[in-house]
Design a protein around this ligand. Sequence first.
Ligand code: FES
Length: 346
Amino acid sequence: MIQIWKTEKVIQETSDTKTIVFNPGSESFTYKAGQFINLSAKINGLTQSRSYSLSSSPGETFPAVTVKRIEGGLVSNYIHEYADTITEWTIEGPQGLFHIDAESSAQYVFIAGGSGITPIYSMVNDVLQNSAAEIFLIYTSKNIESKIFLSNLQQLEHQYKERLRIQYVLTSGQAQNTLGTSYLPERLNRLMLKKLLKTHLGEKINESQFFVCGPPGLISLSEEVFSTLQIDPIKIHKEYFQPPVVEAPTIKIPESILEVLLHVREQTTLLSIRPGTSILDSALEDKIEMSYSCKSGTCGKCVGKLLAGKVHMHHNYALNEDQLNQGYILLCQSIPLNESVEIEVG
Ligand code: FES
């Protein structure tokens, strides 16, 4: 759903991070903590859009995103330059499968790296406000100055002493203990993460839901540790803030054109897919209005449900085991492997 929102206020969080608080006016907007929206802007005459996680929590009056300036990042730099003067924003959403499910857990573990804290911050607030669950948050970043939401998190720790524990990690090696907050002054490694989880969670480790958001290295490290701790993959949720660089496994790509039956909302189309072309690209070539953003298997925006047939997904950094078992696929990464493929979107 596309909406036009106004700016409520802009908050400078760190030297390179701003929060844009929106006022949707009379538009109704509901979302789950952890989801993202797509922001569009006209830059040099062309409409550019990017996905940004909502850093506000669903209970707040105004939705917000927190945007880090990225070197060479067209949209993030534009937002940083002009956020204070932009009065109207074109947004689409909410989207994304990285969110807290309705069935609540008694214990949540969040691991955030750098600006990966943005959806996690939304979830932490949501869990604290709407449940009695306990939270263990591990928040790693380069140094204290780059820790987004640091003072807000310290306030939450104080307010919810019994339920929220935070371990800050500083990858630059900066050692500092301030106002009773302890920082681990070294890059998180396997042993350290395992020890933190075992020490803080004890027996509760088996009842916990795990959410990891950040760069690929942090996610693969967490996955290795979860595996050694024999954590059920269904309880692990992850979101990449940059796609990892990995070789796709080689598969035998069909050499002929294959047909795919695609249901998008009320419309059904029979697509003819050229060898090696993704289902998303094929649908876009047929002028079907599709949701997508990254085209790299990271954002989860192009998700569809496989109703019949077989597909191959080159990469998947957005869907968890449970979602895969339910038949969800990323259309930007999927190619059909046989003739009987049928997919539903939306
Ligand atoms: S467009 Fe982002 S995962 Fe497909």
